[in-house]
Design a binder for this molecule. Sequence first.
Ligand code: GLC
Ligand code: CA
Length: 536
Amino acid sequence: MQKHWWHKATIYQIYPKSFMDANGDGIGDLKGITSKLDYLQKLGITAIWLSPVYQSPMDDNGYDISDYEAIADIFGNMEDMDELLVEANNRGIKIIMDLVVNHTSDEHAWFIEARDHPDSLKRDYYIWRNQPNDLLSVFGGSAWQYDEKSGQYYLHFFSKKQPDLNWENAALRQKIYDMMNFWIAKGIGGFRMDVIDMIGKIPDQKISGNGPKLHDYIKEMNQATFGQHDLLTVGETWGATPEIAKRYSNPEGQELSMVFQFEHIGLQHKPDTPKWDYEKELDVPALKKIFEKWQTDLELTQGWNSLFWDNHDLPRVLSIWGNTGIYRQKSSKALAILLHLMRGTPYIYQGEEIGMTNYPFASLEEINDIESLNYAQEALGKGKTKEQIMNSIRMIGRDNARTPMQWNDTDQAGFSAAKSTWLPVNPNYKDINAAAALADPDSIFYTYQKLVQLRKGEDWLIDADFELLETPDKVFAYKRSLAAESYLIAVNLSDEEQSVELTDSYKDTIISNTDEDQALTSHKLQPWDAFCVRLG
Ligand code: GLC
Ligand code: CA
């Protein structure tokens, strides 16, 4: 199998509104990101996945794009973007752009022309019907919006300001490929593809994800754009199974490097219920089964995994499955060690490397996220109490990941010189911040730094087989083996001591958040113990 740079890469996701505000308006920006590249270089990451910075009315914080080849004013301008690319490349850091091509903003020139001139060629770039069917928007309500002028409805699987593009239209597809090539020519490291599994939709048959032409489109895109370059491409695919992931990421298939699968994230809510019916108690045996399946089914010759706990749409993993109390540091390291030593490309979401937590949102006034706000409105209508609604949003709402990055213990956590920021800074910033983490050699930051280094240096992380070990429920232990070498990874995912016999002898320790020798000889894992040892 041909090895690519991204097999040894760790990717760091930046949510631009919340990373660093350089001009003091309370909103993060490109110059802010550039000013923090030394920090990221210290962490050691290979590439940044930059959530959208394009021109946008910000109905969905940039996932509603009105010009793919311009930068949103709040973030700066194209010069700032070019500067970020140069400065990042100088530090050996690549920039992966967010590619949002399932839909545009309703303020994109294509949509304005399509809506105002129903006879124009652009009309067919979008999806219009005389009658809506009962398809629903991911953000609540009908997926169809009535347009007065033409008397037709247009499709929007997300907000009504995010009209869906019609991928059946070959001219539109070409426009998208041209736009992608514009970015490739700038020297970017790849694309993260927003809800890419939806581009093959057939609304009349109520098919949204995994439509019949999806993989044809991706192959065509590969040929027309990144296929000639060594770029990382990762698709956001909520419904992916290992079989589906193989279609995308098979090295022979000429589609993508990898996809994000969300099966483990599904454990954050009760089976077959909306995410708002959250399930805080982690079902560890179920988690083990899911990872075992993905690690073994997606063999090296057949595909490649991505590995993540957090992103800008999810709660902080520490707050839902970790321990934000006395075991905050230890549980955060445990979750990191568990994930990063599996096979795949790991992703770190900003703040995860210092153990940031969910925000204690008290009322809807503090909420910005369109999905949470729409949910609250719908749920109120269905008779849920405000308290029930706030409980859900506080645990699972997307704003939890989006509060400003905590840099130090000064006002606004050093994120901004403004009096107030677009989302409030988490009040725990005095304790939890990057400056404190950097100053403490035993901090979460250095565990992540070590994991990133291991990923670059240890070839077995790519090649070795995965074997789940039989252990008590709350212990997640696996073995990675390659020829004569093997490694044991053991993690106690609980606040209680666990008895388990793992091995009598080992050669050396690869990484640990505890006294692994004591744990192995006493056959007892203390709360949130986690380590990796080389066996033999
Ligand atoms: C993806 C993004 C999310 C966005 C949605 C619509 O799921 O990650 O933030 O709201 O697509 O673009
Ligand atoms: Ca700013």
